[in-house]
Structures are given as structure tokens and as C-alpha cells.
Design a protein around this ligand. Structure first.
Ligand SMILES: Nc1ncnc2c1ncn2[C@@H]1O[C@H](COP(=O)(O)OP(=O)(O)OP(=O)(O)O)[C@@H](O)[C@H]1O
Ligand SMILES: [Mg+2]
Length: 418
């Protein structure tokens, strides 16, 4: 599922034409085509290089409109429609829509999926409508903070961090998603989580996936932005940030590189006020409920002891490089999308030990660019093969050195709290 690019237009138009020919679409094609490419509100479902579905969207003021949903006949009844709608909804609501409507004839492609996604048919008109549950004032807070509505599938599609996912699933998501049941058992849902680990291991991606699963907006507080007015103002700015973000009924509030604002007070006395403000925010979030504060750091050892003390963060989770299973899944996913690749990811699980998801992506890119170069030089049958990929892996310098990895394992033993 992704936003359509200009290159997709011919395929999208072909899908629309086919749907119109089989009477599945009763719109003026010219009208629909005019909306394609006007902004990025047309989304497509792609399987490798083939588009198997498309949804043409448009934003008019605060109303998002779904103008057409088409799914290739051989891909019907495989939830493509529902996934397209879900993805488009999150983009439309994320761009300021307060209501999304779809004009689809009853019984046509998409109408069942719309009903399934909670759209209500206005009978006779066959106009499907769904209102965003987020208040307009909250929407403007989200815009100001660059909030994001993350698609639900992000959680299921996340590769790796299996142990962490299981913990979060059981301890965080289940009590929040089944709050009535949790309450009956006296289970108090956690509201704060600290992720620590080397750069590029997926801390930010993981926090976003959690927001996607909860269906709560993801909002990031950037320590670098808070410091703009000088350290003295930072505590006030942090206070104001939480004040505003707590006006959202639900949110995953993410602070990356939290060590920038909460490093040890002993070493940096001027951060005392900021650390205090963060601790106050933890208390406020706990009292308010319905929000999750996720902080991330590369150097948990430099955080103020008051921040990592029990009672502050409900969960403290190490996020390290992917294990072999995760590497197989990550590499498989990356190579699968490259047409000229003949590499079997399973063959490279051992050789990629210690590489982060970001390192793996860079090795794949290096090999892809090597194969591309060969093709441009006119080499017949140039492809991303095992030999090229092996060279690329050897040329990739791991982000995490052996020493850093050993230090991380020591920190994991010391700080982890689940
Ligand atoms: N499980 C995953 N599946 C697919 N891609 C991933 C995964 N984890 C991380 N990535 C990719 O690796 C890159 C780095 O991930 P991310 O930014 O989440 O790491 P991070 O731990 O937050 O890094 P930093 O400490 O530098 O902030 C991103 O491009 C992300 O898309
Ligand atoms: Mg990050």
C-alpha cells in the first residue's frame, strides 16, 4: 500500500478503464483522471511491480472524498479494497479531513469494504460516510506537531524485535485495547515506555508501529527544537509541549534522544529543571490515561538516575540488532521488491549478523547500484546476484562495533524492566 507516483499513472488509468468497461465504475473517467497526480491522495496496492488496486482520493476543505476504488478482478475478495480504504483514510484524516465520504454504488467494488471499515451507507444515495473521531481542535494540535496517523498494519508487518513485541502486546496493547476486561482484573495499563539501544535498530519505527496498532496519533517532541530558545527556556517549552499534547484525547507521544534533555543532573546541572519537568509529565500522563509516552535513547547510561529509577517508566526495553529470524524477514522484504534480484535472503542470514535494519538496507542498495551500473555498461543479464550481494555486505561497515554491542548487552542486563 503506498501513495501513487506519476509513474503509476498509466497502470492506474488501465485499472480504471477496465473497471469502467465492466460497469464497475460509473464515473466520468476524465473527472477521475484529473484528480490523479494532482496531490498524493491517490493510493495504490502494488504486488511487486504490478498494481492490483487503486483508490482515487481528493481533499475538499475538511471533507475527504473517495472518488473511486478499483481492484483487479483476480484480486477481488482478498481484502485489497479494505486495505486501500484504511490507508487512504489515514492519509486523508492525517491531512486535515474530518469526514471521509465515498460515492460508490451499492454492491460495487469497495462497498462491502467500506461497510467493513465502519462507513455507513446513506441508502438510496449510496454515499458512504465516516467521521473522524478526533476533534477539530485536536486536529490542529496534530498538524502543529506534525502528528501522524500510522496505518494499523505497521504493527503486524514489523519484522524483528519479537521478544519486545510480545511484551508490548501483552503488557501494553492488550490492557489498552481491552480496557474493560483489564479493569475487571485490576490490570492498570502502562503509560510510559523507554526504549534503548544502538542507532538504527528500529526504536522510532517500533514506537510508530505501536501507535498504529492502538489507532492513536503518533506525535514526536524533538529535543533539538525545544532547545532553540536556550537551555534556560527548555523546561518551560517542555511543559508547554505536554500541556498542548495532553489536550489530545489519545496519543503516542514520542521523545527521541531523550538523553539530550534528561542527561544526568550531576554532570549537567543546568538540565535539572528539564529533568524535573519530564518527571512531572510522566506523572501527568499516568493520571490522564489514554496516552502513551515513549522515550528513546542510544545511551541509557547517561540518563539521569531519577529518570530510569523504577516507578518512572513502566517498561524499559532494550532494542538491539535483529536476530537471524528478523534478518531473514527484513532482507527477504527488501530483496523481494527488487525485480532484478535473484538472491535468496535465507543464504545470507549468517553473513549479516550484527547488521542493523539500516545497515541491511544500505547493503541492499549498494548491491542494487552495482548491478544497475553493470547493466548501464551493457553487461548482458546484469542482475543483483549472490556474488554482488556478498561483496556489498563485506563493504558495509556495521553501525554497531563489537565493543558497542558488548556494552549494549551489559546495559540490557542492567536496565531492562518488563
Ligand atoms: N523492523 C524493521 N523493519 C523494517 N525496517 C526497519 C525496521 N527497523 C528499522 N527499520 C529501518 O531502519 C532505519 C532505522 O530505523 P529507526 O529510525 O526506527 O531506528 P532508531 O533505532 O530509531 O535509530 P536512531 O537511534 O538513530 O534514532 C529506518 O529506515 C527504518 O525504516
Ligand atoms: Mg530513532
Amino acid at each position: 500500500m503506498r501513495a501513487a507516483s506519476r509513474d503509476d499513472l498509466p497502470q492506474v488509468i488501465r485499472l480504471l478503464e477496465a473497471a469502467r468497461a465492466s460497469q464497475d465504475l460509473h464515473l466520468d473517467l476524465a473527472d477521475v483522471v484529473a484528480d490523479l497526480g494532482a496531490d498524493d491522495l491517490t493510493v495504490v496496492a502494488a504486488v511487486e511491480n504490478d498494481l492490483v488496486g487503486a483508490l482515487v482520493g481528493r481533499l475538499e476543505g475538511e471533507t475527504g472524498r473517495i472518488l473511486a476504488i478499483v481492484v483487479a478482478p483476480e484480486w477481488r475478495d482478498r481484502r485489497v479494497g479494505a486495505s486501500l480504504i484504511e490507508y487512504a483514510e489515514s492519509r486523508l484524516f492525517g491531512r486535515g479531513a474530518r469526514k471521509v465520504t465515498a460515492l460508490i454504488a451499492d454492491g460495487r467494488v469497495g462497498s462491502l469494504s467500506l461497510a467493513e471499515r465502519g462507513f455507513e451507507a446513506i441508502r438510496g444515495l449510496a454515499l458512504y460516510e465516516k467521521a473522524e473521531t478526533i476533534e477539530p481542535s485536536a486536529m490542529s494540535v496534530l498538524h502543529r506537531w506534525g502528528g501522524e496517523l500510522v496505518p494499523l498494519e505497521r504493527w503486524d508487518e514489523f519484522s524483528g524485535l519479537r521478544a519486545q513485541r510480545e511484551v508490548v502486546d501483552e503488557r501494553v496493547l492488550a490492557p489498552l485495547l481491552e480496557s474493560d476486561l483489564a479493569e475487571r482484573f485490576g490490570v492498570i495499563p502502562p503509560t510510559t515506555m523507554l526504549l534503548f539501544g544502538p542507532p538504527g535498530t528500529g526504536k522510532t519505527s517500533f514506537a510508530k508501529a505501536v501507535a498504529g496498532r492502538l489507532g492513536w496519533p503518533f506525535v514526536e517532541i524533538l529535543p533539538s527544537k525545544l532547545g532553540a530558545e536556550g537551555l534556560a527556556m527548555m523546561a518551560d517549552e517542555l511543559h508547554n509541549a505536554f500541556e498542548e499534547l495532553l489536550s489530545l484525547e489519545h496519543a503516542v507521544i514520542f521523545i527521541d534522544e531523550v538523553d539530550d534533555i534528561a542527561s544526568s543532573r550531576a554532570e549537567r546541572p543546568e538540565s535539572q529543571a528539564v529533568v524535573n519537568e519530564l518527571l512531572k509529565a510522566v506523572v501527568r500522563i499516568r493520571e490522564a490515561g489514554g496516552r502513551l509516552l515513549v522515550c528513546a535513547t542510544n545511551s541509557i547510561g547517561s540518563l539521569d538516575p531519577a529518570v530510569v529509577r523504577p516507578g518512572r517508566f513502566d517498561l524499559v526495553l532494550p532494542v538491539g540488532p535483529p536476530d537471524s529470524e528478523a534478518r531473514a524477514a527484513l532482507l527477504g522484504g527488501m530483496l523481494e521488491s527488487i525485480q532484478s534480484s535473484v538472491v535468496d535472503a535465507a543464504d545470507f542470514v549468517e553473513e549479516t549478523e550484527g547488521l542493523t535494519p539500516a545497515d541491511l538496507a544500505s547493503a541492499v542498495q549498494r548491491a542494487a547500484s552495482d548491478a544497475f551500473g553493470a547493466a548501464r555498461r551493457g553487461e548482458p543479464d546484469a542482475q543483483l546476484d549472490a556474488a554482488r550481494f556478498r561483496r556489498a555486505i563485506r563493504a558495509t561497515v556495521p553501525t554497531i562495533s563489537a565493543d558497542a554491542l558488548a556494552a549494549f548487552h551489559r546495559e540490557a542486563d542492567r536496565f531492562q524492566r518488563i
